[in-house]
Design a protein around this ligand. Structure first.
Ligand code: BJW
Length: 263
């Protein structure tokens, strides 16, 4: 890892009053969670997104899609946050109101690491919701056991509460993320290929608004041209280096600390 770049980014971290960190699947790779697009190990190397991560796929073969998600849920039960998740959570706790964490991940590992507030763009793999609009009967009825479970009255199916291709992102989460991207001084983009929109659009927003953009990824990404610095490293080691060596908040100018997301 290039020491001069790390030092420069540490300096930017100290200077920034509002920091956005956008994370993707690479942040959880060192916890043993497969990414989507890594050529050898990514989920899409073995499965087709069109067959599994769309509403049409679920409607055409609900059991297959349900079982795939159940398999991933089971695998996540034994997974723990890694040093990168922990470094982000500790940094947020040491710098109250400075960091807004926006994640595309559905694995809940930032939350498990104790991150005080996480904006989740693509949902939560551990939760379910009804496939169709929930009617009153559905809300009242315990579902029939099955794969997927079904409402005994109207037949509504349960589905994982994640955002599939072609679906809108949760409006509140996207709006918070867009506001934060437009108003931050520094954005760290960690462990994402940057090909999925509207999440990747946040990086364009931050860059256009004049924020510094730093990309942390062992591989080149399609967003690199927008970056003021690219750190070719894995997330855990790099985040520990960046966030645990930055100047402690009590050494920063008091005035700088008043202009934060949550004053
Ligand atoms: C490491 C590492 C280590 C490895 N350390 N790094 C504009 C242009 C083109 C297309 C579109 C557009 N706008 C919308 C679209 C369509 C579509 C889209 O973006 N398609 C593109 C793929 C072409 N977007 C959508 O459909 C979105 N919805 C939408 O736009 O709705 C519009 C609408 C509005 C109103 C009404 C109705 C509709 C929804 C996108 C949903 C994405 N869902 C998924 C699945 C979630 C559920 C599940 O888990 O199954 O989200 S897809 C998948 O990709 C998942 C991820 O969150 C997302 C991003 O992936 P991520 O995190 O970047 O992972 P990878 O694998 O791609 O990259 C990992 C990276 O880590 C790599 O770079 C590695 O090098 C790196 N890495 N080890 C650090 N140790």
């Amino acid at each position: 890892m290039d020491k001069a770049t790390i030092d420069r980014v540490c300096q930017w971290l100290d200077e920034a009053r509002r920091l956005v960190v956008l994370t993707g699947a690479g942040v959880s790779a060192e916890s043993g969670v497969p990414t989507f697009r890594d050529v050898q190990t990514g989920l899409w190397a073995r499965f087709s997104p069109e067959e599994l991560a769309t509403e049409a796929a679920f409607r055409s073969d609900p059991q297959r899609v349900w079982d795939w998600y159940q398999h991933r849920r089971d695998a996540l039960l034994s997974v723990r946050p890694n040093a990168g998740h922990m470094a982000l959570a500790h940094y947020a706790l040491r710098h109250p109101g400075k960091l807004m964490l926006v994640t595309q991940n559905v694995d809940g590992l930032h939350q498990k690491a104790g991150q005080p507030h996480t904006v989740t763009l693509h949902g939560d793999i551990a939760a379910d919701r009804w496939l169709d609009e929930p009617g009153a009967c559905c809300m009242a009825q315990p579902p029939l056991p099955g794969r997927p479970p079904r409402c005994p009255v109207c037949g509504n199916l349960r589905r994982p509460a994640v955002v599939w291709f072609g679906e809108a992102l949760p409006a509140d989460a996207l709006a918070s993320a867009e506001r934060a991207a437009a108003d931050c001084h520094l954005m760290l983009v960690v462990g994402t290929s940057g090909v999925v929109y509207p999440a990747a659009g946040l990086v364009h927003t931050a860059s256009l608004a004049g924020a510094r953009v730093v990309i942390v990824n062992p591989e080149a990404t399609v967003l690199d041209d927008l970056a003021d610095a690219c750190i070719r490293g894995t997330s855990a080691g790099t985040l520990v280096q960046l966030l645990e060596t930055a100047t402690p908040p009590d050494m920063l100018d008091r005035k700088e600390r008043t202009d934060r997301w949550i004053p």
